[in-house]
Design a protein around this ligand. Structure first.
Ligand code: URA
Length: 237
């Protein structure tokens, strides 16, 4: 790839800024001052700006503890969006949320710029179960477990069998679903006559929201570790 692409993929610098840095002799490739933005480099070359190594990163994977009040989008006319919680360091990667949580739902949300990963996590075919903690206006009943386990048909889709666990406080439950359709958990509880008053996603596959990650906080996650936790050893894409 071109040197300026390598750097713009991996740093906040724009192509214009990179051109200037090259002009000032601030960029080296394998220790030699680079002369042209079009110079061809590979991921194995050692690129540095002012002596600082720039490792090539095409994709980035972030996890956010989404607070209430934010829309799972990159822009919105009326409400704050989750990418506003992402620092400059990562914004230039053009990350977007993987799937959607409602504005009033909290918890685990992945942000990435890897479209194939996004597709695999959200595709019902991959059977990546998402686990939610829900608080309800009424106690959940043991019969509800069977209703969830049978799967549910809605106007635009049929939900696969969902796992429902009632907590010690019967107004609270954990539910695991394979899809992530619009208001799915809320609609499933509505089907059994309950209203969700609070909803938080706690895991996606084997990836669990870290204890210390406060609402609004973002952390970077290692790509291989993330894929292993979410897809296990199944062939990914
Ligand atoms: N189901 C819902 O109803 N809302 C969410 O935010 C996620 C799943």
């Amino acid at each position: 790839m071109r040197l300026d692409k390598y750097i713009s993929d991996s740093t906040p610098y724009s192509r214009k800024e990179i051109k200037k840095l090259i002009k000032y002799g601030a960029i080296t490739v394998n220790g030699i001052i680079a002369a042209r933005p079009e110079m061809q480099v590979t991921e194995n070359d050692s690129v540095a700006i002012d002596g600082e190594d720039v490792s090539y990163a095409k994709y980035v994977y972030l996890i956010l503890n989404k607070p209430q009040g934010y829309i799972s989008a990159t822009e919105d006319k009326h409400y704050p969006v989750v990418t506003e919680l992402v620092s400059e360091e990562y914004l230039h990667y053009n990350v977007f949320p993987v799937g959607r949580l409602d504005i009033d739902t909290e918890g685990l949300l992945i942000l990435t710029n890897d479209g194939a990963f996004d597709h695999a996590v959200t595709s019902p075919k991959k059977n990546v179960y998402k686990r939610y903690f829900a608080r309800l206006d009424k106690p959940v009943e043991p019969e509800d477990i069977d209703v969830f386990a049978e799967g549910m048909t809605f106007k635009e889709f049929t939900a696969k069998p969902a796992r429902l666990e009632i907590c010690e406080n019967p107004n609270e439950a954990y539910v695991e679903i394979a899809e992530g359709k619009f208001h799915q958990v809320k609609r499933m509880f509505e089907r059994v006559g309950k209203t969700v008053t609070y909803l938080k996603r706690v895991s996606i596959g084997g990836l669990t929201l870290p204890d210390g990650l406060e609402p609004g906080e973002v952390m970077e996650f290692d790509e291989n570790e993330l894929k292993l936790l979410i897809f296990g050893n199944q062939e990914f894409i």
